[in-house]
Design a protein around this ligand. Structure first.
Ligand SMILES: Cc1ncc(COP(=O)(O)O)c(C=O)c1O
Length: 389
């Protein structure tokens, strides 16, 4: 069957007006007309990042933004503390290592968050102040776990380490107060809660990070923050290289929609979709990887019941119901499947995936009482005040 419901944790479905924007004619990316669009996108992104400082648009997927965060603030040989609780935490550490940082990895079991006290303890023992930066994933999309980035930032106490945050699946889907929480660099990407196609990474850079940029010696060219800023500050705002123009068009419309709804409402919508998904999954008799206090607004990881082949489950959801969900990554491959509920997702999408699971699970040997998943999710929707979209 054709895809009817796209419920992977990015890319996400596009609202009709965003889809339309992507089909618009090209214009000169160094013209005042494009500068006007770019300016609105950066302003809109600042609101979502909750920052008054710089936001740099880079033409790349989210990983490029993470690489940019590393190479612009660090030098080869710098000690970096990586906090990882999943696939994307490991990736961030790998990037730093690839550029010659000495990476010390704190890893926790996948499915659990990083305890901020572990960070506080490690930094207190760093009497010489060797640790230059901490890498953390706000929301690890591989597990559906949200880290308490605010508490991790506070755990630095007086330690000068920068905090570099992978907010790729977090920004827009959950509260991420870049300035108020003292986050030095935060990276997101167009194809997640910002409901645009992939192609633009947005990087919030705070004043302490800019200071570090002055001394950072890791090699860089395409992702040079100084160049990005210099071009944004030209009389006609622009980017150093040809940007993904269609994605910039899309972000312009998508960010306007978020502004119209209001960021707090937009985040509340994500929380509601996530709660309903979790209730529905539990209603089906399935268990969740992440426990409630740190369960993600953006994606829900569901444990595959004993004896069920997840590949067949995912294939049947698509073939018989047009429902597309994601599998597990790394050590969780075959053990979980993931339902994305970020960006342009509505009640009917959540109900559709649950209804499809109710039909497919029994076919694969896991008995389900028909209607229990949908009913549990509907109850959440019914008892929550409608949040505007
Ligand atoms: C938390 C997180 N970090 C990084 C990435 C990588 O982003 P991209 O695939 O856009 O390079 C993803 C993508 O799913 C992600 O969810």
């Amino acid at each position: 069957m054709e895809q009817k419901y796209l419920l992977i944790p990015g890319p996400t479905p596009l609202p009709p007006e965003v889809l339309e924007a992507t089909g618009q004619q090209m214009i000169n990316h160094r013209s005042p007309s494009f500068a006007g669009i770019l300016r609105r996108v950066i302003e809109g992104a600042r609101e979502v990042f909750q920052t008054n400082h710089d936001v740099l648009p880079l033409t790349s997927s989210g990983t490029g933004g993470l690489e940019a965060a590393v190479v612009n603030t660090l030098s080869p040989g710098d000690v970096v503390l990586s906090l990882s609780c999943g696939f994307f935490g490991d990736r961030f550490a790998d990037i730093a290592e690839a550029y010659g940082a000495r990476v010390e990895r704190i890893t926790v079991e996948w499915g659990k968050p990083i305890p901020p006290e572990v960070v506080a303890d490690r930094l207190r023992r760093d009497r010489k102040g060797e640790i230059k930066a901490i890498l953390v994933t706000h929301n690890d999309t591989s597990t559906g776990v949200t880290n308490d980035v605010r508490a991790i930032s506070e755990a630095r106490e007086n330690h000068p380490a920068l905090l570099l945050v992978d907010g790729v699946s977090a920004v827009g889907a959950m509260d991420c107060q870049t300035d108020a929480w003292g986050l030095d660099v935060v990276v997101t990407a167009s194809q997640k809660a910002l409901m645009s196609p992939p192609g633009i990474a947005l990087v919030a850079v705070g004043p302490r990070a800019w200071e570090a940029v002055q001394h950072a010696r890791m090699p860089r060219y395409y992702f040079d923050f100084h160049e990005a800023k210099r071009y944004l500050e030209r009389p006609v705002m622009q980017t150093p290289f040809t940007p993904a123009i269609s994605v910039v068009y899309a972000l312009d419309v998508a960010l306007a929609r978020i502004r119209q709804v209001g960021l707090a409402n937009w985040i509340a919508r994500h929380a509601l979709m996530a709660r309903a998904t979790r209730a529905g999954v539990r209603g089906l008799g399935l268990s969740l990887l992440a426990e409630e206090p740190y369960a993600s607004n953006a994606v829900t990881a569901v444990r595959v019941p004993e004896g069920v082949d997840v590949r067949r489950l995912i294939a049947r959801l698509k073939e018989e119901h047009g429902v597309v969900v994601a599998g597990g990554q790394g050590p969780l491959e075959g053990k979980i499947f993931r339902i994305g509920h970020l960006g342009y997702v509505e009640q009917q999408d959540i109900l559709a995936v649950l209804a499809a699971l109710e039909e497919v699970l029994p076919e694969l040997g896991f008995p389900v009482e028909r209607g229990m998943g949908v009913k549990a999710a509907e109850k959440v929707f019914a008892t929550t005040v409608e949040v505007p979209q």
